[in-house]
Design a protein around this ligand. Sequence first.
Ligand code: GLY
Length: 253
Amino acid sequence: MFKHAIVRTPCPEMIHGITSSKLGKPDYALALNQHKEYVEALRSLGLEITVLEPDSSFPDSTFVEDVALCTFGLSVVTNPGAASRKGEQIDMEMVLGSFYDSIEHIEAPGTLEAGDVMMAGRHFYIGISDRTNHQGADQMIHILERYRMTGEKIEINQLLHLKSGMSYLEDNNLLVQNGSLNHPAFYKFRKIKTGADEDYAANSLWVNGTVLVPAGFPITRNNIEQAGYPTITLDVSEFEKLDGGLSCLSLRF
Ligand code: GLY
């Protein structure tokens, strides 16, 4: 169960964040409202929330998940692969210092964004993407092993991050994009599929037994509910415009 979450309020410069989507520029005022509702949803699930101030130096800094991996007694500060995101992790390390005694680092030439890291118990799947390279993933696996955890690399195509295409919902249930990433590493999981035209909803978020689902993806929400989970639907349209999803907006531990 998670007790804490760290989030960062979006900065006005988010409208210049990195994107591959054709959905247009985010509406900043709407993004702020959606972010508040996201924080309230996490709070309603029992989490104590640390809300960081907007950081205008980094347009994508609201996507805090990418700059650290938070797990059992260990936090790993990453080295983001996107040039405009390098440095976001510095401020986060200071915040993590009040929660963790053990903080490790991904070092150049390794790059890793934790949106590429999916936790399933004490095992971690690490996507090799445009943001996370083999050196970064190898460093992460080595660090995890020193803390009695394990990791493995997964080559991904056509996804920003591994968790853009799948989410572990605990209890052996893996939410996956309909028709994608049929990788042997995931054979052992029971699959919950997104709707045929609902790929974005593969980034849903398990929090203490409830699954947060992005608004506008009713087939996926229904499939998750049929698997036995209560859901909370949240509109994150302004973050989708920046290729970001529900998991990207927080660190949970
Ligand atoms: N816009 C989020 C990212 O590309 O990292």
